[in-house]
Design a protein around this ligand. Structure first.
Ligand code: S5P
Length: 474
């Protein structure tokens, strides 16, 4: 072994890029080892050492016209290598801009050119594959990836299945071996880490299909769901062959009831904003519930709770709307923290009610970040009986096939309104962005014939869903 590798292993240990102890992973599993290579940006000597080693060892013999770092941790390393080797760099956007045909790949390139991927840590290989897919969509050839650390949990095999070969500076075993030899960790810790890595292999890209919510039918997902209301909604969709949620943003109770009378057969869910109804009254609620029973759809009050638990509990149960008495489910922001979910789960006297947590928004310039989204999903994982899914725009928000992605901001043509709402098409939101239930408001409500328009939406949305689960996308 070259001494530079030992030097890098020790440096990574000393800057806490690799830690041993007891940690919680994103998915809530306990792990005895933790990597956070993001910290290396604070240590120029470590950055320099990594890029030199990648250059001198991993990149040797590979052919490439461009370099592309997997966002975000590998970006500065890719930049260093680009400058060092005078190779042009490409950048992949982590979040597709939700409006229009915003490019996913930045930089100048032509189809047929070769691109080398740079990544910090590979576990299942899925992050590398996301970048590879976007580059390949542009006609670029991607055959190789260079990696700082391969956790040996199945990623290199998954990538090889997708024709990407990896070269890594360390495998987990070599890193552990160095740290034991240099007296930084005990044999006992090394044993525990190896055992953990063996026991928690990432699913192989073949098995993954059986757990990929993009490919599973609503019937199957109902079986996989542990949330009673999600199960019910999946079953309604499967039975009625509709994944249309109508957002009845009208201000009179009669107009809402009349509309539902006409379109009830086409929807799986109705979404209300009761606080905009000028003549709200208990009789309206009774009639709404009757329609829901008659046409077999659920009621979602889009209250978007966003206060401390105690206030949310009062807003949910009291006041003139008494939402908890009639809504099957509600929407809530995650911003205030867990208190909001505690309030909603303890407010319904043991009756199963559901929550869709907002993990993203459809409006232009909204302040939600990827970290906020991730934290919302982690928070929801603690309330599986309450949280039915997420209001979000991207399929990467969550993986659990038992949860439901509710996506608003949909019309037949992509466009915007003049107050920041962004509309994407059914194809885009279902086939690319992972929407399960699609919220349509003005696309139906403001049309000349809401009844026929609802049917058009229902059919367009269902066609995309059946295409998606058939797996024949490309
Ligand atoms: O991010 C969001 C979340 C929601 S719930 N963006 C949204 O537009 N919504 C709601 O979906 C919004 O409050 C409105 O009721 C509906 C979209 O209506 P449309 O008329 O723009 O289709």
């Amino acid at each position: 072994m070259y001494p530079e590798f030992e030097d890098l292993a020790l440096k990574l240990f000393h800057v806490d890029a690799v830690k041993f102890g007891e940690f919680m992973t994103k998915s809530g599993i306990k792990t005895p080892v933790y990597f956070d290579l993001r910290v290396i940006v604070s240590y120029p000597d470590v950055m320099e050492l990594i890029s030199n080693l990648l250059h001198n060892f991993a990149m040797k013999g590979l052919e490439y016209d461009h370099l592309c770092g997997v966002p975000y941790t590998a970006l500065p390393i890719a930049t260093l290598l680009s400058v060092q080797t005078k190779t042009p760099m490409l950048m992949r956007r982590k979040e597709a801009k939700s409006y229009g045909t915003k490019k996913m790949i930045e930089g100048h390139y032509s189809a047929g050119q070769k691109c080398l991927i740079i990544e910090d840590v590979v576990t299942s290989g899925s992050s590398v594959m996301e970048t590879v897919k976007d580059l390949r969509k542009e006609g670029l050839k991607v055959n190789d990836a260079i990696i700082i650390l391969d956790r040996e949990q199945g990623g290199s095999q998954n990538l090889a299945n997708n024709n990407v070969q990896i070269k890594s500076l360390f495998t987990m075993s070599t890193l552990i071996e160095i740290l034991v030899r240099k007296g930084k960790i005990s044999e006992n810790i090394a044993f525990k880490v190896k055992q953990y890595l063996n026991d928690t292999k990432a699913p192989s890209s073949d098995n993954k299909k059986s757990n990929n919510r993009m490919l599973l039918t609503f019937e199957k997902r109902s079986e996989l769901s542990s949330n009673p209301l999600s199960k019910q909604l999946f079953n309604i969709m499967a039975t009625k062959k509709t994944n249309l949620c109508l957002s009845v943003d009208l201000t009179s109770s009669t107009s809402i009831l009349n509309l539902l009378e006409k379109v009830g057969e086409h929807i799986c869910l109705v979404k209300t904003h009761v606080d905009i109804i000028e003549d709200f009254n208990p009789d309206f609620v009774a009639q709404l519930k009757q329609l829901a029973d008659r046409f077999n759809f659920l009621i979602l009050e889009d209250r978007k709770f966003a206060d401390i638990g105690n206030t949310v509990s009062l807003q949910y149960q009291k006041g003139m709307f008494k939402i908890a008495d009639w809504a099957d489910c509600v929407t809530s922001h995650s911003l205030p923290g867990e208190g909001v979910l505690k309030a909603l789960s303890s407010s319904c006297n043991g009756v199963a009610k559901g929550v869709f947590l907002l993990a993203e928004m459809s409006s232009e310039g909204n302040l939600i970040t990827p970290e906020y989204r991730e934290a919302s999903v982690n928070m929801a994982a603690k309330y599986p009986n309450l949280v039915m899914g997420f209001v979000c725009q991207n399929k990467d928000t969550f993986n659990n096939p038992g949860l439901i992605q509710l996506t608003p901001g949909v019309q037949l043509e992509s466009s915007k309104d003049d107050m920041g709402q962004i509309y994407n098409t059914p194809e885009k939101v279902i086939l690319e962005n992972g929407a399960d239930v699609i919220v349509v408001g003005r696309g139906i409500v403001a049309s000349k014939s809401p009844e026929s328009q609802a049917l058009i939406y229902k059919e367009a949305l269902w066609k995309c869903y059946t295409k998606r689960v058939s797996g024949k996308l490309e």
